[in-house]
Design a protein around this ligand. Structure first.
Ligand code: 5GP
Ligand code: MN
Length: 340
């Protein structure tokens, strides 16, 4: 984080402000953890802070302190718009472009507030007056910790904020296993535990809350696993019908793509999930090593993310999406069959 960023933010926060903290559409553990953690911290500094999410977040995060006060834009649109229009400062966390906020985008673009971005995705847009962007970071939650540190306020870490930040670092690093997990990440985690994050309990609350339906849907996903050894690629499909048969709820497919990536020799994995309501096939892409799913998602699927984890979408049918996907793989054959 550069000193210019922190000086700018200190000036913005020099007197009590009305602040909104926003995460991305389909919020994950990092987005929800970072937004709640930052908002609790800012409230402790004397500001009045609201968290707004574009749409709902998964049940496995619905125990986080303060989660009941999060405004869901799609469900409470009038309240959300009034809160946005009332804000002096808007922190945008865990995304790099306002089009990642779904139906909130136009209201954010039209409001008078000053924006601050904290994010670890590649190629950030330039809408904020102060931007803290670092693609080497494990998670936005780790960046919020470094931000609190740069504000000389680590002593203000409470049990709640420690819990929020631990949760987001844990979920975004695949429980501290992805390459973005550094020695510093572990030092941050150690401090969060010292400040009150109950690590084992947090793991249980996030990961040991599967419904029988979700486990059976995982069974279907694993049956639908396709391996293309010549491209070191594996993919999974889930149709709307298969989701409906298992009473699909938001978050149920979280992590499924990692099973495809766990097959020996696989460097590139994708899950294709049909969404009839939005008329799209939503994709989660994962890779190992240098193969950039961010590049592939940007080039072909109106998406993006990180080198090893990205998302995107197709507006074609599932079968057309799959046949097109198979047809683009030869373009990447050299990268995928590289020894690295
Ligand atoms: P997931 O596959 O878990 O939804 O997302 C993986 C990563 O890619 C996350 O960091 C997420 O924020 C990002 N991501 C997911 N979908 C999209 C998308 O449609 N566009 C962009 N730019 N990033 C996405
Ligand atoms: Mn993140």
């Amino acid at each position: 984080m550069n000193t210019e960023f922190i000086e700018h933010v200190k000036k913005l926060l020099a007197s009590p402000q009305k602040i909104v903290v926003v995460g991305h559409k389909n919020p994950d553990g990092d987005a929800v953890g970072a937004c709640l953690g930052l908002s609790f911290f800012l409230n402790r500094l004397g500001h009045k802070t609201n968290v707004i999410m574009p749409n709902d977040f998964p049940d496995f995060l619905k125990w986080l302190p303060g989660c009941d006060d999060v405004i869901i834009h799609d469900a409470e649109i009038d309240k959300s718009i009034a809160t946005i229009n009332n804000a002096h400062v808007i922190f945008t966390l865990d995304f790099n472009a306002l089009n990642r906020t779904g139906n909130m985008q136009q209201f954010l673009e039209d409001c008078d507030a000053k924006f601050v971005m904290i994010d670890h995705h590649q190629e950030p847009d330039d809408y904020a007056v102060a931007t803290y962007s670092d693609t080497s970071m494990s998670s936005t939650c780790e960046m919020v910790y470094h931000f609190i540190d740069a504000m000389d306020e680590l002593a203000a870490l409470c049990v709640e904020v420690s819990t929020h930040l631990y949760t987001g670092i844990m979920t975004d690093t695949g429980s501290f296993r992805f390459p973005s997990t550094t020695a510093t990440t572990h030092r941050v985690i150690a401090h969060l535990i010292e400040m009150g994050a109950d690590n084992s309990k947090i793991h249980e609350q996030v990961y040991d809350v599967n419904s029988p339906d979700r486990m059976k849907l995982l069974g279907v996903a694993l049956k639908n696993l396709n391996i293309m050894p010549e491209y070191h690629t594996a993919y999974i499909t889930l149709s709307q019908k298969e989701l409906d048969q298992h009473n699909f709820k938001k978050g149920d497919t979280e992590g499924f793509v990692n099973y495809a990536l766990s097959v020996k020799g696989i460097k590139f994995a994708v899950i294709f999930i049909e969404n009839k309501q939005e008329n799209i096939v939503k994709m989660s892409l994962r890779s190992k090593g240098d193969f950039s799913v961010n590049t592939l998602a940007r080039e072909h699927y109106q998406g993006g993310g990180h080198t090893n984890a990205a998302g995107g979408r197709s507006t074609q049918s599932m079968s057309k999406t799959i046949s097109e996907f198979i047809s683009i793989l030869p373009q990447y054959k050299n990268e995928l069959t590289d020894a690295s």
